[in-house]
Design a protein around this ligand. Structure first.
Ligand code: NDP
Length: 296
């Protein structure tokens, strides 16, 4: 008997580093996997592992009830999916778009899918390629719950944790952008800190153990501050925002003394100053959420 059956067949469109990792994980889990990429030649290793090579995207989507798209963004997934021949081949089949983009792009893609009889789920991948196919992978999904349940067994072959966040198709992308907001501002902060430390004769390796100490404070702080934000309280007990403003000013001063751009910290300090100018200097950092939520 073949190890594969039609229900556990999947097509992967997009064979960048992440698309290749997804296809390899499906194959390793015994799922019949058809692959296609805009630029040919990215599928050789996958084909050697048993993937079916499709000559065109329409041929690829026609071989499986489920297509997973993982390309750079939704301009790219539109360029693949919205060609008439591909859209026709997708009719009655399911697409899960795991490319990263914004919630409004997820919603407009869902409208397009609805108009063309394509069953559509959205999702995002929160962890890097080496985690795919391992327990460390983190996938988030949104859209019709029954449709998600139908395809969950195949999606879970990717390993890791899969969470359906709700029926609003844009919800996975909304989580994704909020989490990317944390990741990229934190990464920029870390790179800036390393540049500043180096200017003071401290190597990145010397700083790293202390940098890890800073990030280990964050998990409990996130829970604590989340409770405050959701309760609408801004307690600055032990952590008034005036104190934050003072230490931020030190970072700006020390950076600029070394000729290092302090623009990121200046932006952060500017927000804190607005809170203080509005008379909330004794309150905590959660007041920033309220300030930002009001818009400019
Ligand atoms: P990229 O984000 O660089 O995407 C590369 C893929 O996009 C290739 O298959 C490329 O095809 C395709 N592509 C780009 N433009 C077009 C287009 N106009 N038409 C058709 N295909 C196009 O690499 P990744 O594979 O790493 O990422 C894919 C997605 O996964 C991204 O949205 C990324 O944010 C997300 N992601 C990636 C992670 C990672 O660790 N790499 C982690 C979490 C999420 P071609 O080969 O022809 O150029």
């Amino acid at each position: 008997m073949s190890p594969h059956n039609e229900q556990s067949a999947v097509t992967v469109l997009g064979l960048g580093p992440m698309g290749r990792a997804l296809a390899a994980a499906f194959l390793a889990a015994g799922v019949r996997t058809t692959v296609w990429n805009r630029t040919p030649g990215r599928d050789d290793a996958l084909v050697a592992q048993g993937a079916v090579r499709a000559g065109t995207a329409e041929e690829a989507v026609a071989t499986s009830p489920l297509t997973v798209v993982c390309v750079v963004n939704y301009d790219a997934s539109d360029a693949v999916l919205r060609r008439d021949s591909v859209t026709d081949a997708l009719k009655g089949r399911t697409v899960v778009n795991l490319s990263a983009d914004t919630p409004d792009r997820s919603r407009s893609t869902a409208d397009w899918a609805d108009r063309h009889g394509v069953r559509y789920l959205d999702g995002a991948i929160m962890t890097p390629t080496p985690t795919i196919g391992t327990p460390d992978g983190v996938f988030i999904h949104s859209g019709d719950a029954a449709l998600y349940e139908e395809h969950r067994p195949v999606l879970e072959k990717l390993g890791g944790t899969h969470t359906h966040l709700g029926e609003d198709i844009g919800r996975a992308a909304a989580y994704d952008i909020a989490l990317l907001d944390i990741f990229w501002t934190a990464m920029t902060g870390y790179m800036h800190a390393v540049a500043l430390a180096k200017a003071e004769g401290i190597s990145a390796r010397e700083l790293a153990p202390f940098a890890k100490g800073v990030s280990s404070i964050l998990p409990s702080l996130m829970d604590e501050l989340a409770a405050e934000v959701d309760n609408g309280t801004y307690s600055g007990e032990g952590n008034p925002i005036t104190s934050a403003a003072s230490t931020m000013a030190h970072v700006i001063h020390a950076s600029e003394a070394h000729g290092i751009d302090a623009g990121v910290m200046r932006a952060a300090e500017g927000l804190v100053r607005r809170v203080i100018d509005e008379g909330h200097g004794s309150e905590g950092p959660t007041r920033l959420v309220e300030l930002l939520g009001r818009g400019r």
